[in-house]
Design a protein around this ligand. Structure first.
Ligand code: ARG
Length: 470
């Protein structure tokens, strides 16, 4: 096990299973000008972790942020901005001001229903290329992206493409034409739909009465574009389970259209997130922004560092890695499909099975190796006899490749998170029971150094697979 861990040409646990194959990951994909909140944590970190797992297995991976940058919400925002907003306020308040405008729109529209019509009209103008609306729209996106990218930077995430929904505007007519040619469209009260009753699903909406396109229309055009552009072997979509029907519907439509790659489309759903037992509601503003959640965690770590380790040189860097890591680990400890109630206090608690505990264990292996030096050889270990904590730890290390491939196969990063916890527990038991630097014999000392190196290697890779810094 140790030899495989330390002396392979490729990282232990990685494989070439995906060599020559391309996987696309459509994840995070927030809706511009709506708050980027705790509910988006799932798609963002599950998506990124799945991408990393695939890369680890040799796949060529592309990350796509399918920004929600098109739709009637822009009509609403434009109306709200003209009525109650100002350039200065938006420049200053950035995305918060946009969200405030959006929330205000909904509050006012409750009282005055004509606002909804106004918003629709503004969006139609936008669709027809009205210069003023286009400029506003671009500006709203720019402001939102600036904000998202700060959060992505904290998580170490970069996307290969930010082609959002608007990118497919000119690519939809061709797909609608094909749907028509294949006699798949039926009219329903003026709207064009694909009847899916044969497959026990409600119809897939393609065009509204006024001819405007819908969310599924854009997804179909995007899938075709991606196949043409990247020739993917799979295209993975990570969204909340609330969208499972949407994906099942348009996957079926793609199949009916005769695209033989329909079975390369994969939807990976995850459960809902509530905070301290309360549901999230964007429209009323009852959300916790991801940014604020991360800030809370970082502040807490900063305070702890001030208390315990004032002289630490890279305080900010450590506070960020530990704070953000705590949240990510907490979230990715759960099976993705389970609904989770995000208990802020637990997420920010650093005891027991937590991100900080895992990072601490990793750091511990580093400091041991700093003292003892690395690179003990197999020869030097000859004659050493394993005791039970060592045996248990090695058994756990031996399972890494299997767990990685299970996590990939089931699209389940929590398998890696749980594995990390096992390694940490086993290592800490080993560390307490088996002296390393002062081992009884030279052979044992060499062996334990090698074991520590193996743990260091496996833990480091595993933490990176779940978007945590070491
Ligand atoms: N923007 C959508 C949302 O926030 C998610 C998009 C998921 N990707 C897709 N290709 N439909 O709900």
């Amino acid at each position: 096990v140790i030899a495989r861990t330390l002396h392979a040409d490729v990282p232990y646990g990685s494989s070439a299973d995906g060599a020559g194959k391309t996987a696309l990951f459509d994840y995070s994909s927030p809706n511009v000008a709506k708050p980027f909140h705790i509910g988006h944590l799932g798609t963002t970190v599950i998506g990124h972790s799945l991408k990393k797992l695939h890369a680890f297995a040799g796949w060529h991976c592309i990350g796509i942020n399918h920004l929600g940058d098109w739709g009637t919400q822009f009509g609403k925002l434009i109306v709200a901005y003209r009525k109650w907003g100002s350039r200065e306020a938006v420049e200053k308040g950035e995305i918060d001001e946009l969200v405030a405008l959006y929330v205000r729109f909904h509050a006012e529209a409750e009282k005055d229903h004509t606002l909804e019509d106004e918003a629709r009209a503004e969006f139609t103008k936008l669709e027809h290329g009205d210069a003023e609306n286009l400029a506003l729209w671009k500006w709203f996106i720019e402001i939102s992206l600036r904000e998202y990218k700060k959060t992505y930077a904290l998580l170490g995430i970069e996307f290969d493409s930010y082609n959002g929904e608007s990118f497919y505007t000119d690519k939809m007519p061709r797909q609608v034409e094909i749907l028509r040619e294949k006699n798949l469209l039926t009219l329903d009260d003026g709207a064009s739909i694909v009847d899916l009753s044969k497959y026990n699903m409600p119809p897939c909406l393609i065009l509204k009465r006024d001819g405007s396109t819908l969310y599924p229309t854009r997804d179909i055009a995007a899938a075709v574009y991606r196949m043409d552009t990247y020739h993917f072997d799979k295209c993975v979509y990570v969204t909340s389970a609330g969208q499972s029907l949407h994906f099942a519907q348009w996957f079926k439509v793609v199949e009916l259209m005769g695209y033989d790659w329909y079975d390369k489309l994969v939807h990976v759903p995850y459960g809902t997130v509530s905070i301290n037992g309360e549901k999230l509601a964007t429209r009323t503003g009852n959300v916790i922004l991801l940014r604020d959640l991360f800030s809370m965690a970082i502040e807490k770590v900063t305070a702890l560092i001030e208390q315990k380790n004032q002289k630490l040189e890279n305080k900010d860097e450590v506070a960020e890695a530990v704070g953000v890591g705590a949240i990510v680990y907490y979230y990715l400890s759960n099976s993705r499909i389970k609904d989770i109630s995000f208990m802020l206090e637990d997420a920010l608690s650093f005891d027991g099975n937590t991100g900080p505990y895992a990072q601490y264990t990793y750091a511990r292996t580093c400091s041991i190796l700093e003292k003892t030096g690395r690179g003990a050889s197999a020869e030097e270990c000859r004659g050493a006899v394993l005791s039970e904590p060592e045996r248990a730890l090695l058994r756990t290390l031996s399972m890494f490749p299997e767990r990685v491939s299970l996590a990939l196969g089931e699209y389940e990063p929590s398998i890696v998170t749980r594995y990390i916890y096992e390694v940490c527990s086993d290592f800490n038991k080993f560390y307490h029971e088996c002296p390393i630097a002062n081992a009884e014999t030279e052979a044992l000392r060499a062996l334990r150094i090698r074991i520590t190196e193996a743990v260091n290697d496996v833990l480091g890779n595993a933490l990176h697979l779940i978007c945590m810094r070491t």
